[in-house]
Design a protein around this ligand. Sequence first.
Ligand SMILES: NC(=O)c1ccc[n+]([C@@H]2O[C@H](COP(=O)([O-])OP(=O)(O)OC[C@H]3O[C@@H](n4cnc5c(N)ncnc54)[C@H](OP(=O)(O)O)[C@@H]3O)[C@@H](O)[C@H]2O)c1
Length: 277
Amino acid sequence: MKRACVIGWPVEHSRSPLIHRYWLKQYGIDGAYEKEAVSPKELAQFLGSLKQRGYVGCNVTLPHKEAALQAAEVAEEAARVIGAANTLWLDDSGRLNAGNTDAYGFITNLDAAAPSWNEEVRPVMVLGAGGAARAIVHGLLAEGAGRIVLANRTRGRADALAGAFGPSVTAVDWQKRGSALAGCGLLVNATSLGMTGKDALDLDLAELPPDAVVADIVYSPLETELLAAARARGNRTVDGLGMLLYQAVPGFERWFGVRPEVSPGLRDHIAASLGEG
Ligand SMILES: NC(=O)c1ccc[n+]([C@@H]2O[C@H](COP(=O)([O-])OP(=O)(O)OC[C@H]3O[C@@H](n4cnc5c(N)ncnc54)[C@H](OP(=O)(O)O)[C@@H]3O)[C@@H](O)[C@H]2O)c1
């Protein structure tokens, strides 16, 4: 029986077991997916003994994403560029491989939920400059986004992120996040603002073109205030749950040998666990 897990500290909140167990059952695979609470002190030892613990690989959540990349012997390009890993697997030679599927998850969901979002070449506004924003910028550039504007509360982090990706990514002050929406074809919230229990995202959408797409990567609540406001003024919206589901696809395929489908049934199953639907 093949076994995989998610490691984090804390790990209790992770939805990954629900997603992977749903697929294991759907495809009739003799496998298991566990939760492992691993402290930063234990990480190196845990990853070094993955095989002895009976695992073929794992997902990695906070705070281990950067350290997991460092611990891996082989890293895919996306993980190297993003500087963090969320998916690990042992290859046939027993080497620990690292990947980052957040960019894949974000773009695949965007393509599915808002086809032709990139038909016209227009600037993209990304709010945030943390790990998720970095993955999204990488994914958008790989998709041919011509210009990305970053706004982040801490301006220095936005400048650093823009600097890492070259001249097509620029930063503006957080206070200018509303006015900088003029002419944008896509707005992405990659901050934690708007999440249940966090501060609201205070953003005036008046300058955003009515045919722009608005994506929020926060998935609890499923319809954030940002998405509700965007929908009310006629913008197409993309919620964060799809990204969470699609980012899980490559790991499942690596560990269990089947490329799983992100189906409405899976979406309903995870939405119900969030108290939605
Ligand atoms: N849907 C998915 O699959 C998916 C995947 C990954 C992450 N996420 C979600 O995306 C969010 C960001 O994740 P992350 O890993 O990038 O986290 P992170 O590295 O901690 O970054 C957090 C971001 O939110 C900003 N922020 C936090 N509190 C703020 C406040 N009060 N006012 C203004 N900005 C604030 C931070 O700005 P500063 O730089 O100024 O602190 C930073 O840009 C989380 O809610 C996470 O759950 C969703």
